[in-house]
Design a protein around this ligand. Structure first.
Ligand code: ATP
Length: 893
């Protein structure tokens, strides 16, 4: 029986009990469960996972493949053929339809699996206290009795009884339907309170939108409230994007046009005196020829491959349309810390009222050398002030350091806070005064405060934050002689100096309070300034290269940071991101109206001290200027900007669950270079979709032209309907699919972004489709005439034409691989493993169709001789040469 069940069965459920009672019942103290106890409970209660949502059954998914207008037309053609006494044709059409469904079924299954695997990469984590230490665990491993720490932006990992909370609010719409976030606290509520009124509980799956909390797990997995409402489980994401929908529409239009054309052709054939049955079979051939039945499956696979490639480059796609949109991105707005920089912070400089110190030490270990900034040993007074400041930094802190591999220390939590703990260790101070209360960091006010016993009968309030946020709250400054009046100008100058040097600057302050003071009594504008810490956070080297790549790809990169403008400019300079050296701050932005903002947003590359609201305004302004915008974010307040952006990008490591959920893409490594890599893959996917379409359509076009011309000119069909169907199937599956695997073209990041909303089949490609169709049809007739002249039988002549068309498809494949460059290059002919596999399969299939008796019987083919085979290959080569010549002409113009 789970804890939640017990809670429900017992006379007083956990929301009506005091925190202490709940802890006693779950047998857990303040130090959390021990490792072995947690393991034992995990065995007993099972993983904290909801039962899998029911998947569509295999049969249903298979049958779904037939729900397509293209297929209906083919099925009708099969039925008509059977009725007209052509059972073989009917059987082959049916076989091809089933084969198509099987291929679609398998490919779709693979694509769904790929998406499911990617969802697993986003498995949520939880911060718990076990063995008295804060630890990050997989949320699936949370067990009843675990003490969980939560802050704004976190997703609640299990049902929790709140033990303590501050300013806590949770969004529970998914459970209660209430869209306004509910206030939460540790106070017990009456037993009969409805779900939405159980303010002492946090429910699994809901979002913390404000405040901080510590709670004990009372229910996991299926025993949670959300687990009981299984109907709400998120379904499987469908494989649909605007582009696929557009293609679907296109396919429907093609089908209707084909039907109209077929009726017309039937009429013409009758007028020309064809027997009705024969005319009908010719029209069936036309329908079969013109319908691109393999195309939808190939397009889906192309997208799925893009998703997989992006995941391999640390960009995890949450919403499929982002794959296409990424290729059109014209502006990337990225935050700085961790994205452009490594987010491995070291306190490198400290400014006190008595002097400045330089600190040299790598990582988060306690070893470092501390010197006066101007060189030499620091004086004892400055060291005294450093200790005081370092203690405040370690107290006002939510992070922890843990020993990692090879003597390195690892940060649990914010690396900047980790650097402050390391600074305290380096300065030789221990900060163990227990925390009584806290005001969490908020990107809007940019500081945080904690209240502690000071061990001398009083209390101490430790505060850290951005200098310009903290200075107005200070009245005094710590000095060697004790305290003295604050000199704001001197501190501002020092903060600027550090920021311009590329340091991330943090101010530290404190206040002494009487022993009964709470945070409500702490009058904040009475703080004593302790000093400034300059933190070094070097730019990522790969980000420098990625910024350059984006530039050459015609993409503007903008830095939007909460940090100081000086720091932002210095880092932007090091990244080669900003030529103007100008930075706009949030205050500047607020002074602009929407129109002025649009201009400023386009011209400026560095935005500093911005709030999440200003980020939202910036995205909107950039979009109003016509740009497709990608925007990064990590905080709970970034969600609106992420949703608004064309591609919202959340940080996988430091990002909150709220940001991840609002995002279209999550970066597993928080790295800017991964965004650039995803854009490159996005462009490649789009290129490949275009290649697949531009390559596939001429097959249908060429074949239709052949049938239409035959009817129009009153000639015999150079290929039978089943042969046409064979070509469509073999080439679409074995050859067309290979284009989905094409690597990025060399200049993929050397051209400007695609114009959003542009047609998938621009004029150049539409023309090529017509051109290739015409060449194919022309060749088919020429070969047909040649065969007749040489006295070949109808079977032999048709076999020749079929093989020639397939050979032309192969030739065109090499031309289609390079959308702009020449196919006549070492790179062009080297191909890819996919291409060569496709060609091998196609050749084997053609050989079987030509020479294997059962297939000869089925498809009405006959063996070809030594003269005919080179003729087919020649047709293939001819088409390649013609298309390349056309491309060369276009390039020369
Ligand atoms: P970016 O948006 O590029 O990641 P950032 O991390 O500097 O930049 P914020 O997290 O909004 O942006 O921080 C803004 C400022 O608030 C920082 O420059 C710092 O001075 C201060 N700050 C950040 N985190 C804390 C914290 N935990 N406690 C106190 N002050 C903080």
């Amino acid at each position: 029986m789970s804890a939640q069940d017990r809670a429900d069965a017992s006379p007083s459920p956990s929301h009506a009990m005091s925190p202490g009672e709940v802890q006693a019942r779950l047998d857990v103290g303040a130090e959390g469960l021990s490792g072995p106890a947690a393991e034992e409970r995990l065995r007993r209660h099972g993983p904290n996972r909801l039962p899998e949502p029911p998947r569509r059954g295999a049969l249903l998914r298979f049958l779904d493949q037939f729900r397509n207008l293209l297929i209906y037309v083919l099925l009708a053609a099969a039925a008509a053929s059977a009725l007209l006494g052509h059972p073989l044709d009917a059987a082959v059409i049916l076989a091809v339809v089933v084969l198509n469904a099987i291929v679609g079924f398998i490919q779709e299954g693979k694509a769904e699996q790929a998406l499911a695997a990617i969802r697993d990469l986003l498995a949520p984590r939880a911060s718990v206290i076990r063995d008295g230490r804060r630890q990050e665990i997989d949320a699936q491993e949370a067990v009843p009795g675990d003490i969980v720490l939560l802050e704004a932006g976190d997703r609640v990992p299990a049902d929790l009884r709140i033990l303590s909370a501050r300013g806590l609010r949770a969004e529970e719409a998914m459970l209660t339907g209430e869209s306004v976030p509910a206030d939460k606290s540790a106070d017990a509520v009456p037993e009969e309170a409805a779900l939405g009124d159980r303010r002492s509980l946090l429910f699994s799956g809901t979002l913390v939108v404000a405040g901080q909390a510590r709670g004990v797990v009372v229910g996991t997995g299926a025993a949670t409230e959300i687990g009981k409402v299984s109907a709400m489980l998120a379904g499987v994401e469908t494989l649909e994007t605007p582009l696929l929908r557009r293609m679907d529409r296109f396919a429907r239009q093609v089908t209707l046009a084909v039907l109209a054309l077929a009726v017309l052709a039937f009429g013409v054939a009758l007028l020309r005196g064809w027997p009705a049955a024969e005319a009908f079979m010719a029209v069936v051939g036309l329908a079969v020829a013109a319908i691109p039945e393999g195309l939808p499956a190939v397009l889906t696979v192309t997208l799925a491959i893009g998703v997989r490639r992006m995941a391999a480059r640390n960009a995890i796609i949450r919403r499929l349309p982002a794959v296409e949109t990424l290729g059109a991105v014209g502006v990337i707005c990225s935050d700085k810390t961790g994205t452009f920089t490594r987010n491995e912070m070291v306190a490198g400089a400290v400014v006190t009222s008595a002097g400045e110190l330089a600190i040299e030490g790598a990582g988060y270990g306690p070893k470092a050398s501390i010197m006066a900034a101007e060189g030499g040993d620091p004086d004892p007074e400055t060291i005294g002030l450093l200790r005081r400041l370092a203690r405040a930094g370690a107290l006002c802190n939510d992070a922890a350091l843990a020993p990692g591999d090879a003597g390195h220390w690892q940060v649990l939590g914010d690396p900047m806070e980790g650097a402050l703990i390391a600074l305290a260790a380096r300065a030789g101070v221990a900060a163990e005064e227990p925390r009584l209360d806290a005001i969490p960091f908020d990107a809007r006010h940019r500081w945080m405060a904690t209240l502690h016993e000071d061990g001398e009968g009083g209390r101490i309030l430790a505060v850290k934050g951005a200098p310009e946020a903290l200075l107005p709250l200070c009245r005094h400054e710590a000095a060697p002689e004790g305290v003295r009046a604050l000199d704001p100008a001197a501190w501002e100058a020092a903060a600027h100096r550090l920021a311009d040097g590329g340091y991330r600057v943090l101010a530290l302050a404190e206040a002494r309070l009487p022993d009964d003071a709470g945070l409500a009594d702490a009058r904040l504008p009475r703080l004593t300034m302790l000093g400034l810490v300059g933190l070094v956070d070097p730019p990522r080297t790969e980000a420098i290269a990625a910024v350059a790549a984006c530039r050459s790809a015609g993409i503007r990169v903008k830095m939007i940071t909460g940090d100081h403008p000086g720091t932002a400019r210095a880092i932007a300079g090091a990244l080669g991101l900003d030529a103007t050296g100008r930075a706009l701050t949030g205050v500047d932005l607020d002074s602009l109206d929407d129109e002025a903002l649009q201009g400023a947003a386009a011209e400026t590359d560095v935005f500093a001290r911005t709030s999440p609201e200003q980020k939202l305004r910036l995205v909107t302004a950039l979009q109003a200027g016509g740009a497709v915008v990608a925007m990064t974010g990590d905080g709970v307040n970034d969600a609106p900007a992420l949703k608004r952006a064309d591609v919202g990008v959340a940080m996988g490591r430091k990002g909150t669950e709220a940001a991840k959920e609002a995002a279209d893409m999550v970066l597993a490594d928080d790295n800017f270079a991964s965004i650039a890599a995803a854009v490159r893959e996005g462009r490649t996917v789009y290129d490949n979709l275009q290649k697949v379409i531009a390559w596939t359509l001429p097959t249908n076009g060429g074949e239709s032209l052949v049938v239409l011309a035959a009817i129009g000119l009153g000639l015999a069909l150079p290929m039978s309907p089943v042969q046409i169907l064979w070509i469509n199937m073999v080439t679409a599956v074995a050859l067309g699919l290979t284009l989905a695997f094409e690597p990025p073209e060399r200049d993929v990041m050397g051209r400007p972004p695609r114009v959003p909303g542009a047609s998938l089949l621009p004029a150049v490609l539409a023309w090529r489709v017509v051109f290739v169709s015409a060449v194919m049809a022309g060749c088919a007739f020429a070969l047909d005439l040649w065969a007749t002249a040489r006295g070949l039988s109808v079977e032999e002549s048709r076999t020749l034409v079929v093989n020639a068309i397939v050979a032309m498809e192969v030739g065109y494949l090499f031309a289609a691989r390079q959308s702009r460059g020449s196919g006549f290059s070492a790179e062009g002919f080297r191909g890819t493993p996919a291409i060569w596999t496709g060609i091998a399969i196609t050749s084997a299939a053609q050989a079987a169709m030509t020479w294997a008796p059962p297939l000869q019987w089925t498809f009405g083919t006959a063996s070809l001789g030594v003269t005919e085979v080179p003729a087919c290959l020649g047709a293939g080569a001819l088409l390649l040469v013609l298309v390349e010549a056309e491309k060369a002409l276009r390039r020369a113009r």
